[in-house]
Design a protein around this ligand. Structure first.
Ligand SMILES: Nc1ncnc2c1ncn2[C@@H]1O[C@H](COP(=O)(O)OP(=O)(O)OP(=O)(O)O)[C@@H](O)[C@H]1O
Length: 438
């Protein structure tokens, strides 16, 4: 059995006034495997340590199974923690290390031996029960550490980058084993990592943090397809999402398009509700997000109804074995992820509903008549891109393809896969987290 962990506005300010976690609210369901993901220093470990009781809570509330737990001692929380550098007792054998938590509880030695044997078997280390840690490999030591955490069947596992010191192959194998072991106990798990691939592979849900602030918590699929903001979009997925500066061009009596500098992407008609809404932000600086799979190399004669032709100029190719990454110039400008606004806690509730904004928008358009009078309408130029040295677009290519530097490549962009963020980086299309206000 696991526990439900609820955080209400959890905050940590260190004595040096470093605000490591800011008003973080989140519920981890009983038996869930939640991954905390974010760059180094974003507050993941601090959050985990507050839940474990190893760090005092500066503000907000921690609930375990509905009961406030802010001031419970670590030993009163029924939580096991596993770290990257988990210290095993160097003079104890594997069996003694695994059995230690039970021995401390003064359990019957016969039962302890049987229990240790069964845990070691599950983790594939039963042949190492008489070895001391110094004679074990990194992966084996980590399995022993896992065994020691599992043996007392806690209701919560907190894991802080437990595999980061291991090589890539062993990590991939151990993480699958770890997932299986925690699932078999039914415990609730919070797993910290800064490796997005690991997070996506493991998590029932993934909570993304930045500068102490929770950005989004969702299933890996939703996180990838509907990132709440440009930071999440660029943190999740390899190769990274392409972020380009762009504006909306929306003449009242013409075809709506996204202006990317030298080239444009016309939108599909009939416009989706989300694309209709983009009219509201006409002329405003936006970030256009294009995942590599939204773009393919093909001539416009092959375009489907939702694909638009563009031209890219090859800057360079990165060979990756199973694929190649092609860096291209579009004649646009690559955008950075906007800085976190200090104290900006993202809230995903729209102030006005999308339907309301669309109603107002239609009324305004009918008032303007046939004149493209909404502010900010500048028709995108249609220029041919030139090489700049650094491409702003990265797409996947066949590993055997031989594209020359400076070569013009025909591209098809699927407008159904466009992500649009406002200048603060909040997603406004599709399915806006912040409905653009008129
Ligand atoms: N004891 C402390 N005193 C003061 N500041 C601290 C302390 N521990 C951590 N910090 C600061 O709090 C912030 C969050 O640190 P934390 O270790 O929680 O981040 P993290 O996301 O786990 O990073 P990493 O992935 O590198 O372990 C950092 O700016 C860090 O320097």
């Amino acid at each position: 059995m696991g526990s439900t962990i609820t955080l209400h506005d959890l905050t940590k300010t260190y004595p040096n006034r470093q605000r490591a976690v800011r008003q973080l609210s989140l519920t981890v369901e009983d038996g869930e495997f939640l991954v905390l993901l974010g760059p180094s220093g974003c507050g993941k470990s601090t959050l985990l340590r507050m839940i474990a009781g190893l760090e005092t809570i500066s503000g907000g509330e921690l609930h375990l199974d509905g009961k406030i737990a802010n001031d419970l001692q670590p030993s009163e929380r029924d939580i096991a923690m596993i770290f990257q550098s988990f210290a095993l007792y160097p003079n104890m054998t594997t069996a003694q290390n695994i059995g230690f938590p039970l021995a401390v509880q003064k359990q019957d030695p016969g039962q302890v031996t049987a229990h240790v044997q069964s845990v070691a078997q599950t983790l594939g280390i039963d042949h190492l029960l008489n070895q001391i840690p110094g004679r074990l490999s990194g992966g084996e030591r980590q399995r022993v550490a896992m065994g020691r955490a599992v043996v007392r069947r806690p209701s919560v596992f907190l894991m802080d980058e437990p595999l980061s010191s291991l090589d890539a192959r062993l990590r991939a194998r151990l993480r699958t084993e770890m997932l299986a072991v925690t699932r078999s106990t039914g415990a609730t798990t919070i797993y910290v990592t800064h490796d997005q691939a690991e997070a996506m592979a493991l998590g029932d849900r993934v909570a993304v943090m930045r500068d102490g602030v929770l950005q989004q918590v969702d299933t890996p699929r939703t996180l990838y397809a509907l990132p709440a903001n440009a930071f999440v979009a660029s943190f999740v997925g390899t190769p990274r999402i392409n972020l380009l500066h762009g504006t909306v061009y929306a003449p009242v009596d013409g075809v709506m398009a996204l202006n990317l500098g030298a080239q444009k992407i016309t939108l599909s008609y009939p416009l989706t509700h989300d694309h209709q809404m983009l009219r509201v932000v006409q002329g405003q600086p936006l970030l256009i997000g294009l995942r590599p799979e939204a773009i393919r190399i093909a001539d416009k004669t092959h375009a489907t109804a939702s694909e638009r032709a563009m031209t890219g100029v090859v800057e360079h190719t990165e060979f990756q074995g199973h694929e190649a990454l092609l860096h291209l110039s579009l004649g646009g400008q690559q955008a950075d992820v906007p800085a976190q606004l200090s104290d900006h806690i993202p809230h995903h509730q729209a102030r006005t509903s999308a339907a309301d904004v669309l109603r107002q928008l239609r009324r305004r358009i009918s008032l303007f008549g046939r004149h493209p009078a909404l502010p900010g309408a500048t028709e995108p130029p249609a220029q041919s891109p030139t090489r700049k040295g650094i491409g702003e677009l990265v797409i996947r290519d066949e590993p055997g393809a031989r594209h020359r530097r400076g070569q013009h490549i025909p591209l098809l962009i699927d407008v159904r896969n466009l992500l649009v963020f406002n200048a603060r980086g909040e997603r406004i299309s599709p399915d806006p987290t912040q409905v653009p206000q008129l």
